[in-house]
Design a binder for this molecule. Sequence first.
Ligand SMILES: NC(=O)c1ccc[n+]([C@@H]2O[C@H](COP(=O)([O-])OP(=O)(O)OC[C@H]3O[C@@H](n4cnc5c(N)ncnc54)[C@H](OP(=O)(O)O)[C@@H]3O)[C@@H](O)[C@H]2O)c1
Length: 403
Amino acid sequence: MSVEMEVELNNGYKMPVIGLGTWMATDEDSLTAAVHEALKLGYRHIDTASAYDNEHVIGKVLKEWFDEGKLTQKVEKFLRRSLEALQLDYVDMYLIHVPFTVVEHVGPNGQPFAGFKEDGTVYMDESTDLVAIWKIQRVVTITNMSSGKCSRNGDEIFVTTKLPGYGNVPEKVEKFLRRSLEALQLDYVDMYLIHVPFTLVEHVGPNGQPCVGFKEDGTVDMDESTDLVAIWKEFEKFQRQGLTRSIGVSDFNMNQIERILKNCEIRPSNHQFEYHAALQVDDMVSFCKDNDIVCTGYATLGSGAASSFAEVPGLLNNSTVVEIAEKHKKTAAQVLRHSVQKGLVVIPKSTNPERVKENFEIFDFELDDEDMDALAGLDCNFRIYDFEQYFFKGIKNHPEYPY
Ligand SMILES: NC(=O)c1ccc[n+]([C@@H]2O[C@H](COP(=O)([O-])OP(=O)(O)OC[C@H]3O[C@@H](n4cnc5c(N)ncnc54)[C@H](OP(=O)(O)O)[C@@H]3O)[C@@H](O)[C@H]2O)c1
């Protein structure tokens, strides 16, 4: 079964089926090199999170690519808004309205507008770079706009980031989303996810950054008052305001997703959860499919990085995987395209340039029925990311603990 490079979300936007995972990638030099390498190879999807503490590193690389006109995003938002309002596929002339920049504020109706200070002067941004704006404008206007607001072009980047567990309070969503946008140097992200369904109490780390806190007995400091529907309402608000194109969830159970579905105006378009040959949660995949929610699998290679603190299934050395790899003259990591072939988006993490390349080269072969059956046989309900055991002791007592 051949696979497409992108899947369509329930709001029409397209999501590339391979993204670069970045959890535990905090070394600035190696992550910078890996993101550059990934973009050069054609990756157009990056997965990060506020809690990974690396959005600023990714943001710097993206800015270089935007500045060189090799990626699109900022000008495009307003052009697409205009096209949508005009109900046109393209306009005949798109002008830079004024040569200076005013800071974008959000009006009472959720629409962008200029903001004014108490003394009546306008909030302005003095960093205007007309040449850079011109370059992006040229890229956007000449690329394929024919399918309207949801079309993508080959140079458009898809960035996913996530609200941390200590931000799972409706009043905190905006603060964390804006922090992420600032660190990523973006006007909007493509996907904003609720990272975990439970709330942790926000503590302040030694560097002044928000973080998780633990009590003297080693259990996590949690807040049991989580209201997922109220948080979702905030997500909807910020999607309407254009701070994120799409919204979704991560590590939710079906009951939690159903609660959102019953109470939402904008449906979740993505669910990110652990999925690999040793944990084929196909009931969740079917449930999401039935509800038009795209699934992203994480740890699809078996999460070697987690082996520093957790038991991992050792999929890259598994004899069945290795045998199938030899048959197709591919590597074990490439055989784990298995998840893509089952309809998931994947986000393999690597900061090793050779592996970043290897993980992307999965579109030139197919696993046959025999391979897929053999890989199906590896499912043993092996969850690597056990929140209670490895991350947040005591969390299994939280009312929104998902498992
Ligand atoms: N939503 C969530 O709660 C959540 C949870 C976990 C993960 N995630 C996301 O999912 C991404 C992927 O999950 P993951 O990082 O746990 O696991 P993964 O992608 O299954 O495995 C990553 C590990 O495999 C190694 N690796 C990568 N490519 C390889 C290859 N071709 N051959 C051999 N080893 C290879 C990497 O090391 P090198 O870097 O040294 O190559 C790293 O140690 C994360 O980075 C993160 O973006 C999300």
